[in-house]
Design a protein around this ligand. Sequence first.
Ligand code: HEM
Length: 372
Amino acid sequence: MDAIAAVTHADPYPYYAELAARPGLFFDAHLKLWIAAGAADVGAVLGHADLRVRPAAEPVPAAIAGGSAGQVFGALVRMNDGERHAAPKLVLQRALGALDLAAVHARASAIAGMGLADAPVALSAWMFAVPVQTVASLLGFRDAQLPQVAAWMADFVACLSPLSGAEQIARSHRAALALLDSFKAMLQSSAPMEGSLLAAVLAEAEAAGWSNSHAILANLVGLLSQTYEATAGLIGNSVVTLMRDPAKAALPAAVLVADVMRDDPPIQNTRRFAACDVQIGCARIAAGQAVLVLLAAASRHAALQGAQHGAQQGYGYGRGAHACPGQALSQTIAAAALEVLLRDGLPAPMAWRYRPSVNARIPEFIQDQETA
Ligand code: HEM
């Protein structure tokens, strides 16, 4: 086991607990990464201004630089610090913060109700389709466009994974272009639909003086990509929790989802890169070195400490300047989806395995005999 294999391991949590109990950051010579696992260390890393979201020498991964996917990646608030982060982040935060969550819940329920089937493969497809289609719909895409937007997004996110090969990267560039074009078409055809998330982003961008139209378009694509895997994973890990402990079906869906964010979260880690030599406690991180930040380990560690010393918040949505602005949105979508799933009782017991990933823990439901 190492901190990356842990992401898709059947039960990484005893291992994470061991790592979180070690005081301070430590260097994993095999992974060539610093590891931050305890709650205080994870907080310190995420709060440090010289620990950046991308390596200075490679703002866009070499594998995708030069193509459309790379152009989107390079403009995302998630992948920038400083000026290209601050104002755009505020814009997204305000636009997402103004969403009417009751309307989001209704939209997600309607979409979840359309594609639900009980075979394992269909369940896996459904948990991916619901979040991205809901956010696409909130942005202003028409119902008939939603499956196409979801399919493009499935192709696009391959550019975010170091595990993708040349063919996947090529599809990712094509999808990025198609997504940018579809947003452009929406903007040109008419004024953005009143009350839509798109209209809110544009209004907030104008108010904040953010006028880089390529960056705005890229970050609209970014809202879909940030939604896509993480929220599917939240739904999937909630289903896994129910398979393991069917009594939890009696919990309100919102409570179940919040518990899963703490105990079995979809985004298990993130990374930071030292812009100069950085000292965190006894650890000296040299300029250019990377830190693997074990969000999932820190959430459980914080919960343990909270049980001893009072309430502690989780780390599943990050912390500090880059903290996720989609928390309420993702939990509302996941809860709505689970309510639809549980309307006719629990699905029949199923097996699952985890999709290959270095940071996201997302189950894939399978027929029992496939596990043998
Ligand atoms: C369960 C679902 C989700 C999880 C677990 C999640 C998790 C995270 C995490 C851990 C980060 C911080 C990464 C870092 O600091 O390195 C982040 C950032 C971000 N998330 Fe989410 N997210 C989820 C859903 C969403 C949704 C639905 C949206 C919007 C539609 C969204 C938008 C963003 C954006 C824009 C950022 C970048 C913020 C920044 O860099 O300042 N996320 N998310």
